[in-house]
Write a protein that binds this ligand. Structure first.
Ligand SMILES: [Zn+2]
Ligand SMILES: [Zn+2]
Length: 255
């Protein structure tokens, strides 16, 4: 068995990522409609019934927005913190809810799941690392600032999907209202390219085989800028850095 993973799409209009080990497939977040999620899964060669669970990071619409309807329709258990669970719609079947705390690792079938708390403007946000016992994929898509705890959890990963939300100059010169600019750039907002670079520089990268920029703002960032920032951090060719796309995500990669 070996870990592999694919993104169904990433950005402020919706996020979903699938991790597979053996016969277990776990979806992380779902910010798409039922039909859109099904179509994106099919693109990755999957059916909704292939999913053993959905793990959720936090209640923002681009992550939780599609979870309840999709989970209910296909009877898929949803793993989330108590703070995030408060945002499930009324009447969501309790039998599908799996409450997790933000520190205690667990497993869904063959996929080991380790969640960790992150600074972000949500009730009880977490991000995740997934493992098959050897390969380890760390994902952070909504991170206001880098904490030592995040550094510890992402160190030693074989694959990383890291938020590169905005270029600070593009954000500040761009069309967002000033309060929104401050929210996005704040310590409970989103990582900019420079902060993502700093995060990767802080990590133990000795086992790293995949480094992918994710959650790029379509208004306030460019793939080339994110790629350059992460390539500088990892001291590698820019072509080696992946970029998760809002529409296409990225194709399967072996962890
Ligand atoms: Zn988000
Ligand atoms: Zn968010």
């Amino acid at each position: 068995m070996a870990l592999r993973f694919t993104s169904l799409g990433s950005g402020s209009s919706g996020n979903a990522l699938v991790v597979e080990n053996g016969n277990t497939r776990v979806m992380m977040d779902c910010g798409f409609s039922i039909a859109e999620t099904k179509a994106r899964l099919e693109r990755a060669g999957l059916n909704p019934s292939d999913l053993a669970g959905i793990v959720v990071t936090h209640e923002h619409d681009d992550h939780l927005g599609g979870v309840a309807a999709f989970a209910r329709k296909h009877a898929i258990p949803v793993y989330l913190t108590r703070g995030t669970a408060q945002w499930l719609p009324e009447g969501f079947p309790a039998v599908l809810v799996r409450l997790i705390d933000s520190h205690t690792a667990f497993a869904i079938g063959d996929v080991s799941v380790e969640q960790f708390p992150v600074p972000h403007d949500a009730r009880e946000p977490v991000q995740y690392a997934f493992s098959d016992g050897d390969a380890r994929l760390g994902v952070v898509t909504d991170l206001g600032c880098v904490t030592q705890h995040v550094v510890d959890k992402l160190s030693g990963c074989t694959a990383l999907v890291i938020e590169c939300n905005h270029d600070i100059d593009m954000l500040m010169a761009g069309p967002y209202p000033v309060p929104l600019k401050h929210r996005v750039a704040g310590r409970f907002g989103h990582l900019d390219n420079a902060a993502a670079r700093h995060l990767v520089e802080c990590l133990d990268r000795s086992r790293l085989r995949h480094l992918i920029a994710a959650h790029l703002s379509q208004q306030n960032n460019k793939p080339a800028l994110a790629r350059a920032a992460l390539a500088a951090a990892a001291t590698c060719e820019e072509s080696w850095i992946g970029v998760a796309d809002q529409l296409d995500g990225f194709a399967w990669r072996d962890g």
